[in-house]
Write a protein that binds this ligand. Sequence first.
Ligand SMILES: Cc1cc2nc3c(=O)[nH]c(=O)nc-3n(C[C@H](O)[C@H](O)[C@H](O)COP(=O)(O)OP(=O)(O)OC[C@H]3O[C@@H](n4cnc5c(N)ncnc54)[C@H](O)[C@@H]3O)c2cc1C
Length: 538
Amino acid sequence: MTGGAPVLVVGSGPVGLTLTCELVRRGTAVRTIERVAVRERESKGIWIMPRTLEIFDSFGIADHLIAKGQQLVANDIYTRNRRIASVGYGRIGPTRYPFALVIPQWEVEDALNEVLARWGGRVETTTALEGVEQGPDGVTATLRRDGGEVEHARVGWLVGCDGRTSPTRDMLGIGFEGERYETTLLLADAVLDGEVARDRSHTFQGTSGAFIAVPLPGGLTRAVVYGPPTEGRVEPTLDRIHELMHQHGPAELSLRDPRWLSAFRIQRRMADRLRLGRCLLAGDAAHVHSPFGGQGMNTGIQDATNLGWKLAAVAAGTAGEDLLDSYEVERHQVAERVLADTHRQTRAFLDVSGPRAVVRDLAVRTMSAAGVLDRRIGTSLAGYFDSYRTSPLAHRRDRGPTPQPGDHVPDVPLDGPGTTGTVHGLLAPDQLTLLLLADPARTGDDPALATLAKRVEQDGRVAVRTATNGPELAAALGAPHGAALLVRPDGYLVCRTRLRSAEHLLEHAALLAPSPTRLLAAAVPDPGLRDLERTDTR
Ligand SMILES: Cc1cc2nc3c(=O)[nH]c(=O)nc-3n(C[C@H](O)[C@H](O)[C@H](O)COP(=O)(O)OP(=O)(O)OC[C@H]3O[C@@H](n4cnc5c(N)ncnc54)[C@H](O)[C@@H]3O)c2cc1C
């Protein structure tokens, strides 16, 4: 038996790598194992959405990926080859990344591997998880190396990021219910000849399927065709893709010089639970769905970021294990939403013909004209729609303007005089941050804020940052001068209050400053929290 790292991450796909980076950057000792020697360099998941770009920015790789990728501002939707609607990524609210980035998955994995190496982490390749046994104090993981050598490693926590067929999930006996669609999806990364704008993707709706063209960097295009129901395995040939593409889209478009061809039956499944004792699941191990909307990899990466700071705090002993329950609550509902949305959208393309197609097109047109597609689908695809308002970490009675507790705090630029950076740049990576918003006219001589900042800072459990509150920041955060926001390391709001006086503030400093475990307790109504709950920040 070998003793060792508090955390074992199984799998080095984009999700395992993101989680490893999140742990390593917080100083958590982690072992990450990967069954294969080298992962295939396939383009697979090509969409990086704005919320994921924010996470990558915190790793220092967003600009590098943006320089290598293709930016898309919208997805245009066509019926009988006429454009009827558009879903824009540019009007999703305050974001520094008002576009979707398209880049092959292996480029993202390369960038994550480089960050990990820079931060002193590494992946143990050709090492497979073969068995899991857990008790109240830890997990014994049976690992087998390529040469046959077996190790029984004792760890505190184990996270299965081992993909759709997750051995971790199977070994834990966690169900993965769902269904397999009857259609096969065919993909080609190739040169597309014909008139197609390259700043957007194009979805051509047919009556028994769809053709989607997504511009890739380097002059290539990802062609995706959803065909009619199929039996058995379908070979992904360019001829077959052409045939379906012309059935659903314009005859004048054609593909040549394919770099990658693939075919797979899509599935819609979700793990019954994301945590069983000291073992957790993230990414494809926890949920798989139709690739419509490019959500798979993004959802998994956001799982990893949600889990990273919590697991680091629990492993370091600064938070109780119950903090991990919030991971399950928050990410299970996101996965449910993603599965439902992608299913609805996939069905709308696969099943609809005759009068139902006319109704569908009318609905899509009307929603597009009213901006509903941008607000609902654009925001959802971008990764900003999901909120953790029902989480035990969100102060439930604080119902002011958005963002409300549980919502994502927009990563807007700090707009006060002499300030630089963005709101997320102020957040401490391993602590809750108390963000105090000061009036520019009163900055420097506001003893209430200064006293509070000092007091909470001395307490040491919560980082304190003061931002000069200009009009744009106030609007984005729904908070005027004197407001205090308690924000999680992953950028979600815990609670917000108006600071009426230093005394009032100091009274609540202890309540505003607990460790995450105390926050769980604080989510239960408590007379001492009444003023916080009566948030009136307008
Ligand atoms: C053809 C195709 C197209 C796709 N298109 C899109 C898209 O457009 N947009 C999108 O967002 N997503 C897309 N996806 C999905 C995306 O690729 C996945 O969501 C993503 O790879 C999931 O990452 P992951 O890290 O959870 O799992 P994976 O990438 O599957 O990685 C799991 C890793 O775990 C390792 N492993 C497994 N078992 C063990 C074990 N016992 N011990 C040690 N290691 C183990 C595996 O070797 C693997 O490296 C596509 C997928 C495919 C196949």
